[in-house]
Design a protein around this ligand. Structure first.
Ligand code: SF4
Length: 83
């Protein structure tokens, strides 16, 4: 399927401090990863090529274009930006 075809590979960046994510994003990701994993992922960010801005990884994780994370990279379908 088209949506499984990554258009972009984006490096995941580490931050010193955890990033804030909205309640809405947390709701979308409920049950997707363990609490500990979610906590670790709050320190990560990505430079989104669709909206051309740096955003918390968790926003990317909840995005419709997100395909997978693999070896420190995001595979993105590049169809639609994050909410
Ligand atoms: S999955 Fe969404 S947020 Fe992540 S890089 Fe692609 S368009 Fe941007």
């Amino acid at each position: 399927m088209m949506t499984n075809q990554p258009k972009y590979s984006i490096n995941i960046m580490k931050n010193e401090k955890p990033l804030r994510v909205s309640k809405e994003i947390k709701e979308i990701l409920k049950g997707v990863a363990s609490g500990k994993m979610m906590k670790n992922m709050r320190y990560e960010s990505v430079s989104c090529p669709v909206i051309k801005d740096v955003i918390p990884f968790l926003e990317c994780f909840a995005c419709e274009s997100f395909i997978r994370r693999f070896k420190g990279e995001i595979h993105c379908a590049g169809l639609k930006g994050p909410k």
